[in-house]
Design a protein around this ligand. Structure first.
Ligand SMILES: C[S@@+](CC[C@H](N)C(=O)[O-])C[C@H]1O[C@@H](n2cnc3c(N)ncnc32)[C@H](O)[C@@H]1O
Length: 426
């Protein structure tokens, strides 16, 4: 049984590693969604992905000769074994035996001795002193270079924070229940939690399956990072009367619904270019009891028929602020990808500005910690738009940047997010 779970994790990882060598990359979420996964298989898959650089650096010298391309699943299985030996409290003999047993469900029983030999050598050797930063911090070199340049005093702590497990934060749907009633429900279900920054934010002591959250199916609650919840806060703080709001990159809808929960009288339109992600948004709207107008359109190009009082642009980005939740980004992204998303972000911002009414605010945000996607985009935009100015932002975590605000996972309650509030002159 446990051999099966280790084989499942090895298959997941082989898919991911294969994706790093070919175009049309599949993210780990998609790989995991395509098969039945046990909690152990998930833990092993995420754990290996998080520590890929150090684990593979330890394994490579133990292989007498390189594995054939078609045996990538065996290398993945060895990584699963190495992760258990170096990072989990599983007794080493059990970890090794179960990993060796997984060669059978992988259809490669001939590899049992090979896996056994490699893992026993690893068990006997002390953890080596890493020779380079990529291995020491379990990040790709290009990202370490950029983070260390942009955060000269914090980069080591930031990289370590990226390798931690993310907390599970939830958002109480204030249109369906109250903070007091929902907190009471959590207490009755013995789910330990702490309050977040906003009244509706709750941080759970232990992550749990969403379906087990009290009232989840009835729409009392959603899962959303505590830092991400500042987007709707920042925009709704600026509303003086019922307003029209365009959420231009809305799917799967986390921020759209939060806007509606904070400002139930606002007319919110949710736009996204991806129709299947919009379908997910529509299904969640039904669960949460929200009425939202949806538009499938390209916000960087399509003609926008209306003008809105306010716009939220939660732009597609590198995701470099979410490595705790998506460690596969470290393996899949390449340095050139950041430039590509930055061009899209600049285009989206320029195009959407035409759809904003005078005196309105466009809240630009990303889940990136890289300046190229954040302040640099806003700097160029402000230089070329004399009718735009950046309003000051202040939040209880993170730090001000030249034009906006940056949250960082140095505060373990949040992923990294960037916000800039751009106001159009009258
Ligand atoms: C960061 S995600 C949005 C997350 C969402 N705001 C939330 O809180 O759930 C970025 C979204 O932008 C969408 N997107 C990318 N390019 C777009 C474009 N040109 N026009 C509209 N949407 C776009 C993607 O499909 C993706 O759903």
């Amino acid at each position: 049984m446990s051999g099966e779970e280790r084989a499942r994790a090895a298959r997941n990882l082989a898919h991911l590693l294969d994706a790093t060598r070919s175009p049309g990359r599949r993210m780990l979420d998609q790989v995991l969604a395509s098969g039945k996964q046990s909690p152990l298989a998930r833990e092993l898959t995420y754990g290996v992905t998080r520590h890929f650089y150090s684990l593979s650096a330890e394994l490579q010298p133990l292989l007498e000769r390189p594995l054939r391309d078609r045996d990538l699943d065996l290398f993945a299985l060895m990584l699963v074994g190495a992760y258990q030996l170096r990072h989990l409290q599983i007794p080493p003999h059990a970890a090794i035996n179960e990993t060796v047993a997984a060669a059978h469900p992988l259809g490669k029983p001939w590899a049992r001795n090979l896996i056994n030999g490699v893992l026993r050598s690893l068990q006997r050797s002390p953890t080596p002193t890493p020779q380079d930063d990529s291995v020491r911090y379990d990040h790709p070199s290009w990202l370490i270079e950029r983070v260390s340049k942009e955060y000269p005093d914090q980069w080591r702590d930031l990289l370590s924070a990226n390798n931690a497990r993310a907390p599970m934060a939830i958002r109480i749907n204030l249109t369906r229940t109250s903070v007091q009633d929902y907190t009471h429900l959590l207490g009755s279900a013995n789910i330990a939690s702490q309050p977040g920054w906003l009244p509706e934010t709750v941080i759970l002591e232990q992550p749990m399956p969403v379906a087990k959250l009290p009232g989840y199916a009835e729409g009392l609650v959603s899962v959303q990072d505590a830092g991400a919840q500042f987007a709707a806060y920042l925009l709704t703080e600026r509303l003086s009367a019922p307003s029209s709001i365009l959420d231009a990159c809305a799917a799967p809808g986390g921020k759209t619904f939060h806007l509606l929960e904070r400002a139930p009288h606002a007319k919110v339109s949710a736009m996204d270019v991806n129709s299947s992600r919009l379908d997910t948004l529509r299904r969640s709207a039904v669960r949460l009891g929200h009425e939202v107008r949806t538009l499938c359109a390209d916000a960087s190009n399509d003609r926008l028929a209306a003008r809105y009082d306010h716009i939220l642009l939660d732009a597609p980005c590198s995701g470099s602020g979410t490595l705790r939740r998506h460690p596969d980004i470290k393996l899949l992204r390449e340095p050139a990808d950041v430039g590509v998303t930055a061009r899209v972000q600049a285009l989206l911002l320029r195009h959407l500005w035409h759809a904003l009414r005078p005196s309105g605010t466009l809240l630009y945000c990303t889940c990136s910690l890289l300046r190229e996607e954040n302040d640099s985009i806003v700097a160029v935009f402000l230089n070329t738009h004399t009718d735009a100015s950046a309003a000051p932002i202040e939040l209880p975590s993170g730090a001000a940047t030249r034009y906006g605000w940056q949250l960082l996972p140095l505060d373990p309650r949040t992923d990294a997010f960037y916000f800039a509030a751009l106001v159009k002159s009258k």
